[in-house]
Design a protein around this ligand. Structure first.
Ligand SMILES: [Zn+2]
Length: 143
């Protein structure tokens, strides 16, 4: 009833070859078909998780840069709004001096007064003579 001779035969089946697990933290060897690259389901899952992490890490440079610009814009608008109150007009030079970037925003609102551009819930409207109207609109962050 000793099963060892049978297992011995199976281990050395000519169609199976010894392989090294493809998961980088694993050095296990295993015997298996040529399309099998990991020694276990656990290693396959670990490798998949690593791959997803890498994909996230390799996000294009503009992804982080533009996110930072929009966040900075939002911070500046909020600061100005809190400081100067609702519907306060300031000069666009002042915004620029704070590090504001007029090129990037999250939403646009077309009104009879003109085009409002928003960075999340704070926005601005360009008036005449380089003046800027800062507004807040909660609807601009409703998804
Ligand atoms: Zn492994």
């Amino acid at each position: 009833m000793d099963s060892k001779p049978w297992r011995f035969t199976k281990m050395h089946h000519p169609n199976k070859t010894e392989r090294v697990c493809s998961y980088r933290h694993c050095e296990n060897t295993y015997e298996g078909r040529s399309d099998k690259v990991f020694c276990s389901d656990q290693c396959r899952n670990h490798a998949r998780r690593d791959q997803l992490k890498t994909e996230k890490w390799n996000a294009p440079a503009f992804y982080l840069k533009i996110t930072e610009i929009v966040k900075t814009n939002h911070k500046i608008l909020k600061l100005q709004y809190d400081e100067k109150g609702e519907n306060k007009v300031i000069s666009n030079f002042l915004l620029r001096d704070c590090g504001f970037n007029f090129e990037f925003h999250t939403r646009i609102l077309h009104t009879s007064k003109g085009i409002y551009r928003f960075c999340f819930d704070y926005g601005w409207l360009e008036l005449e003579n380089g003046k800027i109207l800062i507004v807040k609109n909660e609807k601009m962050v409703e998804i």
